[in-house]
Structure formats: C-alpha cells, structure tokens
Design a protein around this ligand. Structure first.
Ligand SMILES: Nc1nc2c(ncn2[C@@H]2O[C@H](COP(=O)(O)OP(=O)(O)OP(=O)(O)O)[C@@H](O)[C@H]2O)c(=O)[nH]1
Ligand SMILES: [Mg+2]
Ligand SMILES: [Zn+2]
Length: 292
C-alpha cells in the first residue's frame, strides 16, 4: 500500500502523487460513496495498484474551490477586467476564515489602472492591510513575483478568485514552465467564460499550489449567522467592548463595532457588506451539506 496526495480529479479519475512525486491515475473504492464522502484534490490517501483504499482525516477543506488540506488561500483579485469587487473579497474572506485557512490577498492587473484609480484602490484596501497581507502586482512585476515565491515555499496554497482575475496567468508568471491555459486560448476554443476547468495541485517553487476554476458568485452553504462575527478580524479587535457577550453587531445596544463604524475605525461600506451577508445567511434555509 502506498501513501500519496490527490493532485487532480477529472471525470471520477484521480491523479495521486506518492511521496517521491510519482503520479498514478486511480479510481476510489466504492465505499466512499456509501460513506457520503468523496476524496478530493489535496486529500492524503493510501492506494494499491488500481484503487484509492483509504483517506486520512482532513486538516481543513474548502467547498469552492473544492480542495482539502491547504495551508493558505491566496485570493486573487484583479484591479480591473473584471473590476475589483469588495463584495467578493469579503465573501472570500468569510469563507476562508470559516474553513480555518490563512488568507493572503493578491491584487493583480494593476497595470490596467491609472495613478488616480490605483491610489483610490489602495486607500480602500488600507483597512484590510491592518489585518491581512495584501500584495499588488501584474504578471510583469518581477519584484513582487520574487516576493511571492517564498510565500508559497514548503506549503500547500490554493489560488482562488473570480473567473478571469488572472490566477493561471500569475502562476505562469511565477513559473514559466507551467504553461497553464489562460483566457485568450480558451476563447479561441469556444469554451466560454471559465478557462481553467479543474482544480489541480502543481509544484511551484518548492511548494504545492492549486490552480482552480474561477467563479463569479459565492454562496454560503454551511454558515451560521451566529458565527459570522468571528470571521471579521477587524470586528474582533473591538468586540470585547460590546456590552453583550456574543453581540452580533446588528441591533444590540452598546455595540463597539457600530461605534467603530461611527468613528471611522471600520469603514461604513465594510460594515454594510457584513449586514448584507448576515441577512443572507440568516434567511437562508440551513441545508447542512453532506460531508465530502
Ligand atoms: N493587463 C494584464 N492582463 C492580465 C494580467 N494577468 C492576467 N491578465 C489577463 O487576464 C485574462 C484572464 O487571465 P487568466 O489567467 O486566464 O484568468 P483566470 O483567473 O485563470 O481565469 P479562470 O481560469 O477562468 O478562472 C488573460 O487574458 C490574461 O492575459 C496582468 O497582470 N495584466
Ligand atoms: Mg485559470
Ligand atoms: Zn457588537
């Protein structure tokens, strides 16, 4: 029996790499279906000549993009084309924090903004920089690419972000040998909007990085509104001073988060987006997902 990590899943066929880096293509045993648990990219499994026979417990997992056992989520947001979206950024952050994975924010395609637009974006993101690492780059920004390389070394990362935000392009820029397909080629093939079709773990600069298919909407499946405030580090920084323990920062009197919004410590828009997500999660029927 050999131990390895799933690096790719296409049409029920799993690519698994053993500890020496040798790849084999396998099917899982039927028992996983009965257990309502399907192995996914990132899972550590044992396998024989034909089949995956067992799977180790997951350290963490994301549902979208579907991946398990990652150390950090690198959130790729384009400055333009598609436009930078704070709505999507906050939603990604909530999702990643909920899974217990460290986020890192990378703003790509900064070459598409003029100086004024860039200053505005940096000003709007300044609040996030107090709690997260934020990088600004383009595929040609060699200095920033060199800074990004050590951040992916010796760990498992997932590139996540809107379709067309430049995930595959950035990976290609980090390692010219990858030659991942990017937007222009896909259009020529008439494949529609999503260029990357599958989640795949790649070896990049001494680490594993998953390129993933982008998406434009992000729904929450297994979130409880009572937990939502925990996923806001900027709220947590002041929430000790809320009058009520377990304050959800909505209608409670003596709320320190609302006070921080009033005195400008938390941006009004960030708080407005929080309320929007809170309402959405609160009114969504809790369809607790199946495992796997
Ligand atoms: N100007 C500019 N264009 C870029 C940059 N990075 C990527 N692009 C372009 O953005 C388009 C989309 O890039 P992709 O890398 O395919 O985007 P993706 O996030 O992998 O998209 P999906 O696979 O569909 O999720 C391509 O036409 C790239 O050439 C950049 O730094 N500057
Ligand atoms: Mg892609
Ligand atoms: Zn509060």
């Amino acid at each position: 029996m050999t131990r390895g990590r799933i690096t790719k899943l296409i049409g029920g066929q799993y690519t698994v790499k053993d500890e020496r880096g040798k790849a084999v293509v396998l099917k899982p045993l039927g028992k996983f279906r009965h257990l309502d648990l399907s192995p996914k990219v990132g899972d550590i499994v044992t396998f024989d000549a034909e089949r995956i026979v067992s799977m180790e417990p997951r350290k963490n997992e994301l549902l979208r993009p579907p991946i398990a056992n990652v150390d950090q989520a690198i959130l790729i947001h384009s400055a333009k084309e598609p436009d930078f979206s704070f709505t999507l950024l906050d939603r990604f952050l909530v999702m990643v924090e909920h899974s217990g994975i460290d986020p890192l924010i990378v703003v790509t395609k900064t070459d598409l903004l003029d100086t004024e637009e860039m200053d505005q974006l940096r000003a709007d993101l300044a609040h996030y920089e107090k709690h997260y690492t934020v990088y600004y780059t383009t595929v040609h920004d060699n200095a920033t690419l060199e800074v990004l390389k050590p951040t992916i070394k010796d760990c498992v990362s997932v590139f996540a972000g809107q379709t067309g935000s430049g995930k595959s392009s950035l990976l290609n820029a980090l390692d010219i040998q990858l030659k991942l397909q990017t937007d222009a080629i896909s259009k020529a093939l008439g494949r529609g909007k999503h260029t990357t079709r599958h989640t795949e773990l790649l070896e990049v600069h001494g680490g594993l990085v998953a390129d993933t298919p982008g998406f434009s909407k992000l729904a929450f499946f297994d979130l409880d509104e009572a937990d939502l405030p925990q996923y806001y580090p900027d709220f947590l920084a002041v929430a000790d001073n809320c009058k009520f323990r377990g304050c959800r920062h909505i209608n409670e009197p003596g709320c320190a988060v609302k006070e921080a919004v009033d005195n400008g410590r938390i941006p009004t828009q960030r708080y407005a987006r929080y309320r929007f997500i809170y309402e959405e999660v609160n009114t969504t029927e809790k369809t607790y997902r199946k495992k796997g």
